[in-house]
Design a protein around this ligand. Structure first.
Ligand code: ADP
Length: 424
């Protein structure tokens, strides 16, 4: 337009009154053009800015790490927190925005002193390992990197940070430490458990060899003790070998579906004599009384769930559990075996309980550890290797089940283990 207007100039230059208008129109058009160009320039910058903001926001929104900007001070505020907060902390970004002191609420109670005092040194240190409490209650380990921002007076005005959830790594590290510790214990336990019977065998053999014992009855007693010790060492070696193989998944399982009623009845029949011999009562619970099918000559309720098991290995679990119940229950007591399941459930819970001495609360979490004996003195007399429950745990685990203990010291113990129901 300006060009077309300027082309008129040579024609209008002699008409004096029009030349002023000509300049005015030219000036106006130039002014409009300049403004238009400015607007276009600002618009293109705005688009570029919003594009790059979108890109960065996308990065932050999709990041698996927690990215945030926090403003401390009298009115602390979370200015930005990425959506990964939901997965890592269990809380939504909105919850962080709504409660300015939210960061402090996530602190473990024992490290929470005064809100700001507790948090800021950790948040402003460039690299820190933080522990936060997840909404569900568990502890989350965070590897935290941050950049603090200060005003010209040196006051902290903002903290920007990235926190990575390293809970899995931390747990794995702890597990490695535990394994390392358990390996050390294992070696010292094996040498201890071997040395004790060996010393006694040595003593008895020397006494016999030196002719100190002449009475044939005494000699027989000594030989019996030696025999018992050798059996104990053999048992220890066998258990240890089996446990090592189980833990290394080097044991093969011949799995077959077995109706739970049949399994329980067989176990009951197998142990009834031994239990009664020890002067204890033995009962079988929760087995369906009606039946309309037979397997191996046993009456079976067709609706009875079937468990997919290696019968020999599960038999061994019962042997260990009932063996323990026998060892720790005095004459006149009762041993019960049974199972519970409800329609629609995917597993049966089998139990072996006794009315024996029980296990104290502090021992319960450790009785599944290798070589753990709740009471050393009591057990050395009874002669356990301390491996029985560890083996049971591995055997049950390899069947896809779990094992746990409930006990009331002085009243008795109940060991439960679950087995998945065969759905086919
Ligand atoms: P052990 O071969 O010594 O019996 P286990 O691994 O089978 O080893 O058991 C570990 C410890 O747990 C035992 O030494 C015993 O103190 C305790 N324990 C296991 N079962 C029972 C039970 N039914 N009643 C009381 N204590 C038990």
């Amino acid at each position: 337009m300006l060009g077309m207007h300027l082309m008129n100039y040579p024609l209008l230059v002699h008409i004096e009154m029009l030349s002023a208008w000509g300049y005015l129109i030219a000036g106006t058009i130039t002014w409009i053009t300049a403004n238009g160009m400015l607007l276009i320039y600002y618009q293109s910058i705005r688009i570029k800015l919003s594009d790059s903001e979108k890109r960065f926001r996308l990065l932050a929104e999709n990041a698996r790490d927690l990215i945030y900007r926090y403003r401390p001070g009298n009115k602390p505020q979370v200015e930005y927190i990425s959506p990964s907060a939901i997965e890592i902390t269990g809380y939504t970004p909105e919850e962080f925005y709504a409660d300015p002191a939210f960061f402090n609420n996530l602190l473990q109670p024992d490290t929470q002193t005064s809100p700001e005092a507790a948090r800021e040194p950790e948040l402003t240190s460039p690299n820190a390992l933080l522990q936060w409490r997840h909404k569900k209650g568990h502890i989350v380990w965070l590897e935290h990197r941050s950049t603090p921002f200060y005003d010209k007076h040196g006051n902290l005005i903002a903290i920007e940070g990235i926190a990575r959830d390293i809970t899995d790594r931390k747990n794995a590290e702890e597990q490695i430490t535990r394994l390392e510790e358990s390996r050390r214990h294992l070696l010292s336990d094996i040498s201890h458990d071997l040395r004790t019977p060996m010393t006694s065998i040595q003593g008895f053999v020397e006494a016999l060899r030196d002719g100190v014992i002449t009475d044939p009855n005494e000699k027989k007693k000594y030989l019996d003790v030696i025999h018992a010790r050798v059996l104990g060492i053999n048992r220890l070696m066998r258990d240890l070998f089996q446990l090592t193989n189980l833990e290394a998944s080097q044991t093969t399982f011949n799995l077959a579906p077995v109706p739970i009623d049949v399994l329980m009845q067989n176990i009951y029949d197998r142990f009834a004599y031994e239990v009664k011999q020890k002067g204890l009562y033995f009962t079988l619970n929760n087995v369906s009384s009606f039946s309309d099918d037979t397997i191996n000559g046993k009456a079976v309720n067709q609706k009875t769930p079937r468990v997919y098991i290696d019968v020999g290995r599960i038999d061994q679990v019962f042997t260990n559990l009932i063996g323990n119940a026998l060892k720790h229950t005095v004459t006149g007591g009762t041993i019960k075996i049974g199972y519970t399941t409800t329609p629609g459930q995917k597993e049966v819970a089998i139990n072996v309980s006794d009315t024996g001495l029980g296990i104290s609360a502090q021992d319960i979490p450790r009785v599944f550890d290798r070589f753990y004996k709740a009471s050393k003195s009591r057990n050395s007399a009874i002669g356990g290797s301390g491996l029985g429950l560890a083996i049971c745990k591995e055997l049950v685990k390899q069947h896809g089940g779990r094992i746990w203990i409930e006990s009331n010291p002085g009243k008795g113990t109940a060991v439960f283990f679950s087995l998945p129901i065969n759905q086919s």
